[in-house]
Design a protein around this ligand. Structure first.
Ligand code: SAM
Length: 325
């Protein structure tokens, strides 16, 4: 299908030739409430699909700060955004450094912050980046290639218990202990350095378990990716800190792609909206219960059927948004 035809169907365009279609583009723009002259942060620029539309909407006079820890993606986004007029400031960094980034740019407070979490289709489909269980490349998975630790380092150095914990916690994989044991057995013979080596090891654990809905290595690869990139570490604290940089009326939009991430976002947003987020009995609750924000999405927004037809990869996306009071 041509990109223009897809846009007519879904309101979205594929990032030229990369396989990445921005998820819930219309909803992102609606919830961010982009206004001309505003200051916005796209904390996960990727190839700039969302950024392009935001930049257009905030003209004249708007500023868009675009962060990504993946230098290659950011460079591609810059090329793409050259054709769009407006002030776009690319920053190659971890969004968790947002306080420093905004200080350096003297760009506080801001009117909106977008986080489209996780890995992009571009990263997944760039087989040499080692994110895919279908690849025969090095088992890498670093979003930021200047970082030292790769997925191969984890697989070859963590203890059996540590591996099992990572695969269980970040992959929600029931067979984590068996997979960890199989990895240890194999790495005694030779280091596990390629994606397809690991795929074969995990697949053998599942061989006798019959038909699987998803590839048996999916959860193990997800777990290693989250661990290598420390995707969940400090996310809760980051959301609270980033909220502090919003103007009154400013909005935050977060798209999460798995339940672990979405749970953290849900809890942080509810806390900021003054709701109880603990499991303690009523009298023992110590939640601040101070409503600093209004929830714009009491329940998460998910992609509609048209979008899912055009972009099945969007199926697990959950969008949440809040507005600072
Ligand atoms: C799902 S993609 C974003 C796609 C983008 N919205 C678009 O339309 O092209 C997620 C991007 O966030 C980046 N990313 C993930 N965690 C990050 C972090 N902690 N700091 C900065 N960038 C991050 C990834 O490198 C990836 O490019």
């Amino acid at each position: 299908m041509r990109a223009t035809a897809r846009k007519e169907m879904t309101g979205q365009t594929e990032n030229a030739g990369t396989g990445h279609i921005p998820v819930m583009q219309t909803e992102v723009l609606d919830f961010l409430g982009c206004k001309p002259g505003g200051i916005y942060v796209d904390a996960t620029v990727g190839l700039g699909g969302h950024s392009q539309e935001i930049l257009e909407k905030i003209q004249p006079g708007g500023l868009l700060i675009g962060i990504d820890r993946d230098k290659e993606s950011l460079e591609k986004a810059q090329v793409r955004l050259k054709a769009t007029s407006g002030d776009f400031r690319p920053v190659h960094d971890n969004f968790k450094n947002l306080p420093l980034i905004l200080n350096n740019l003297a760009a506080k407070p801001v009117d909106g912050i977008l986080l489209d979490l996780g890995v992009s289709s571009y990263q997944l489909l760039s087989l040499e980046r080692g994110f895919s269980f279908q690849s025969d490349s090095m088992l890498d998975m670093r979003m930021d290639r200047s970082q030292r630790r790769t997925a191969a380092d984890l697989v070859n150095t963590l203890s059996e218990n540590e591996l099992a914990d990572v695969i269980y916690r970040y992959g929600e994989e029931r067979f984590s202990r068996r997979i960890a044991a199989a990895i240890i057995q194999e790495r005694h013979k030779a280091p596990i350095v390629r994606c397809n080596q690991l795929t074969d090891i995990v697949s053998r654990v599942f061989r006798v378990r019959g038909h699987q809905l998803i590839h048996p290595a999916t959860r193990t690869f997800q777990a290693l990716r989250i661990a290598v990139n420390e995707e969940l570490e400090g996310l809760d604290e980051f959301l609270t800190e980033a909220f502090g940089f919003l103007n009154p009326g400013g909005r935050m939009v977060v798209i999460a792609f798995h339940s672990l991430e979405d749970r953290i976002v849900k809890k942080a947003f509810r806390r900021l909206a003054g709701q109880c987020v603990c499991d303690a009995p009523a009298g023992l609750c110590k939640c601040p219960r101070q409503a600093l924000a209004s929830l714009l999405t009491p329940r998460p927004i998910t992609p509609g059927p048209k979008e899912l037809t055009a972009n099945p990869r969007a199926r697990s996306a959950r969008l949440r948004s809040l507005e600072r009071k």
